[in-house]
Design a protein around this ligand. Structure first.
Ligand code: ATP
Length: 284
């Protein structure tokens, strides 16, 4: 038997850091949603009790460092599964991009192995398992659109944002999320994006208000350190994107666009600055 799962990329419409906690984690408030750019996982049973991962993407680990591998190991151990699995990972989401590609692969592995091994786990149980693998994994298990609080694992689902085009541009640099949080002066931020304002925009289905409410406090670190990210933001705005923001800790920048006729110009204009550009829809 074989099962297939899609692992979509996520973007943060809003990312706020409230404070650094005593345990070293940051207290965050994020509004996250999925876009139609996805890795694909194919999972099949192996006769021997082992986890084997393959991928044509040359730039990701295929051993226990891979989050999909870790997800398989965790679910196997926790539920005493003594069967083996072969996972093929078709990687489409850029790596270390701020799009939660690894977390989404882990979530897809949990969902897929729950089916492959008939474990009958609920989404809530898979989310709890996912939290052991990383802060973004529970959201990737659940999907849709949600507010995340705590260190990102306390989720509340909300309605979908108004549909639009999402243009993603990733400059050729890799940004470590841990580094960005490490450099953030969380307790000294003087400006915070407004969660109520973003929620009103989404609930009111107002695309312009949603664009106006976009905000990410991690831009203060990444844009300062990598001027090319700021440049891509500026280029996207100049080319006519309605709202522009860095996703997660970066370096990917996304632009929201309501009119399809504007998409080719923005897409082609950005290709002059970076090779990795995608035009996708929100996954609503
Ligand atoms: P986030 O937005 O959650 O911080 P990201 O998009 O910035 O995530 P990932 O693409 O998840 O970053 O990759 C971060 C690191 O994790 C990479 O350096 C990579 O080597 C490692 N990694 C582990 N498993 C995976 C995976 N399945 N896909 C991609 N990277 C993985």
């Amino acid at each position: 038997m074989k099962v297939y799962e899609k692992a979509p990329a996520k973007i943060n419409l809003l990312l706020d850091v409230l404070r650094k906690r005593e345990d070293g984690y940051h207290e965050v408030e994020m509004i996250m949603t999925m876009v139609d750019l996805a890795d694909r996982l194919e999972m099949s049973e192996l006769p021997r009790d082992q986890i084997v991962l393959s991928s044509h993407a040359g730039f990701i680990p295929l051993d226990e460092k891979n989050l999909a591998f870790q997800a398989a190991r965790l679910i196997k151990e926790r539920y005493g599964v003594s069967r083996g699995v072969y996972i093929h990972l078709d990687k489409q989401i850029p790596v270390a991009a701020g799009l939660a590609g690894g977390s989404s692969d882990a979530a897809a592995a949990l969902r897929g192995l729950n089916r492959l091994w008939n474990l009958g786990l609920s989404v809530a149980e898979l989310e709890t398992l996912g939290a052991e693998l990383g802060s973004d994994v529970p959201f990737c298990v659940r999907g849709g659109t949600a507010i995340a609080r705590g260190r990102g694992e306390a989720l509340e689902s909300i309605e979908s944002p108004p549909q639009c085009w999402v243009i993603l541009a990733k400059p050729p640099i890799n940004v470590s999320t841990a580094d960005v949080y490490g450099k953030l002066r969380a307790n000294e931020l003087d400006r915070h994006p407004s969660v109520p304002r973003m929620l009103d925009a989404i609930r009111g289905r107002s695309f312009p208000d949603m664009c106006a409410a976009l905000g990410n406090v991690l831009e203060s670190v990444t844009l300062h350190r990598y001027p090319e990210v700021r440049q891509i933001k500026n280029v996207m705005s100049r080319l006519g994107a309605d709202g522009v923001l860095m996703s997660g800790s970066g370096p990917t920048v996304f632009g929201l666009v309501s009119k399809e006729s504007k998409v080719p110009r923005i897409y082609n204009g950005l290709r002059g600055f970076c090779k990795e550009v995608y035009a996708v829809r929100l996954l609503t």
